[in-house]
Design a protein around this ligand. Structure first.
Ligand SMILES: [Zn+2]
Length: 360
C-alpha cells in the first residue's frame, strides 16, 4: 500500500469553544460594568435580572452605572429559578427590546438571565454577588421543573464581573460551598478519565488538567480561606472562573461534574431540606474519592479547615437519606459514565458512608 505523505493526510478533527471574552475579578470592578459593556460593543437597552436581595446588594448600582454610561437599563426581579420566572424574564427582554442581559446574583438570577438570554439569542454578562458555585462562568444553567432541578446547556457569558468587595460581604457559608464545588473537580476528572477508558468518551486533557489543578491549588490554600477576608473571596472567585473555563474548553460540564454531583442531585430528590449545592458536592467528593482509591481523607481535612460540612449531621440531613441517596446515585444521569455507574447495594452504600465518617 502506498503511504500518503503526512502533508497530504486529512485530519478529521475539529473543535469549537465558547469562552467568556472579558473576565474582571477584584476590588470594585463593578464600577467598570458600563465601560465593559461599551468595550463589548453592546448598544441599546440592558435588562438586569436580580432577586430581592441582590437588587439591593448590586442591582440598583449596576442600573445606575449603566445609565451613567447612557444605557437604557431596566431591572426585573425574580423569586425562583423556574419556568414561570424564565418566561417573565423573556417577556421583559422582548418588551424593552433588550440588546444584552445581565444576571446579578448568586445562583437564581444568573441561571434565569443565562437561560432567558440564550432562548432570546441575546448576549449575557454574569455579575456574581457570591462565589458559591461554578455556574457563574459556565454555560450550564439549572432550572426547577415541577419537582426536580434540571441542568441544561445554554451559552457562556460574554463577560464575568466578579467584585470581591461585594463577594466578601456575602455569607461565609456561600463561599465555603463554592470551595466544595471547586474541590469536587477532583472526582469529576477521575470519572471523566474512566469514561474515556471504558467508553471511549471524548476527553480533553487541557480541560481536565486545568480543572484538577484549580482544585489542587484551592486545597493547598485551605488554611487561607476565612470569613470576611476579601483575599479569600479573590481565591475562590478565581478558582470558580478557572473551573468554568475548563467546562467551556470541554464543551460540557464533564471536568467539574461527576458522580459527586449525581450524589448531590440524588440528595436533592430525597431530602426535605437539602443543603447547598457545593456542600453536598463536597461530601460527594469524599465518598467518591474513597471509591476511586484516592486521598479522600486529605480532601476531608481540607474541607474541614474551610468549614465545609463533611458529615450528614453537619449537612442537617438524616443519615439514612445519605445511604439512600448513594443507592440511587447511578440512576441520576445514567448516560454519564462514572465510578457509580454499576450502582451500590444498600450494605455497600452504608459501609462507604461509615468508612468515610459521613455517617456514624
Ligand atoms: Zn457544581
Amino acid at each position: 500500500m502506498v503511504k500518503k505523505h503526512p502533508s497530504t493526510q486529512f485530519i478529521d478533527k475539529s473543535k469549537s469553544m465558547e469562552l467568556p471574552r472579558h473576565v474582571a475579578i477584584g476590588h470594585d470592578v463593578l464600577n467598570d460594568i458600563g465601560e465593559i459593556s461599551r468595550a463589548l460593543h453592546f448598544r441599546g437597552p440592558a435588562l438586569i435580572v436580580v432577586d430581592k436581595t441582590t437588587k439591593r446588594i448590586a442591582g440598583n448600582r449596576v442600573e445606575k452605572l449603566l445609565v451613567s454610561e447612557n444605557y437604557d437599563a431596566h431591572q426585573v426581579t425574580i423569586d425562583e429559578a423556574d419556568l414561570i420566572n424564565m418566561e417573565k424574564v423573556k417577556q421583559e427582554i422582548l418588551e424593552i427590546k433588550a440588546k444584552f442581559v445581565l444576571g446579578v446574583g448568586g445562583g437564581r438570577p444568573i441561571d434565569m438571565a443565562k437561560l432567558a438570554s440564550f432562548e432570546t439569542k441575546k448576549p449575557f454578562i454574569s455579575v456574581p454577588t457570591a462565589a458559591s458555585h461554578d455556574g457563574i462562568v459556565s454555560g450550564q444553567a439549572s432550572i426547577r421543573n415541577k419537582k426536580h432541578k434540571i441542568s441544561s446547556k445554554t451559552h457562556s457569558p460574554f463577560a464575568v464581573v466578579a467584585d470581591t468587595k461585594i463577594i466578601a460581604k456575602s455569607p461565609y457559608r456561600l463561599l465555603a460551598a463554592g470551595c466544595g464545588d471547586v474541590i469536587s473537580n477532583l472526582t469529576a476528572v477521575k470519572d471523566w478519565d474512566m469514561a474515556k477508558k471504558f467508553r471511549n468518551e471524548y476527553f480533553s486533557s487541557s480541560a481536565a488538567m486545568l480543572s484538577e489543578l484549580t482544585a489542587k491549588v484551592l486545597l493547598k490554600s485551605a488554611g487561607m480561606i476565612k470569613p470576611r477576608l476579601e483575599e479569600s473571596s479573590w481565591l475562590v472567585a478565581k478558582a470558580l472562573v478557572s473551573s468554568g473555563v475548563a467546562m467551556c474548553i470541554a464543551g460540557s460540564s464533564r471536568p467539574a461534574s461527576g458522580s459527586e454531583h449525581m450524589f448531590s442531585h440524588a440528595l436533592e430528590r430525597l431530602a426535605p431540606k437539602p443543603a447547598l449545592h457545593g456542600e453536598q458536592c463536597a461530601v460527594g467528593t469524599i465518598l467518591m474519592m474513597y471509591l476511586h482509591g484516592g486521598d479522600w481523607s486529605g480532601i476531608r481535612s481540607a474541607l474541614e479547615k474551610i468549614k465545609v460540612p463533611v458529615t450528614a449531621k453537619a449537612l442537617k440531613i438524616e443519615e439514612s437519606l445519605i445511604v439512600e441517596a448513594l443507592t440511587i446515585t447511578h440512576t441520576i444521569r445514567p448516560e454519564r459514565y462514572s465510578i457509580m455507574s454499576g450502582g451500590l447495594t444498600y450494605e455497600a452504600a452504608e459501609d462507604l458512608a461509615i468508612q468515610t465518617g459521613v455517617i456514624s
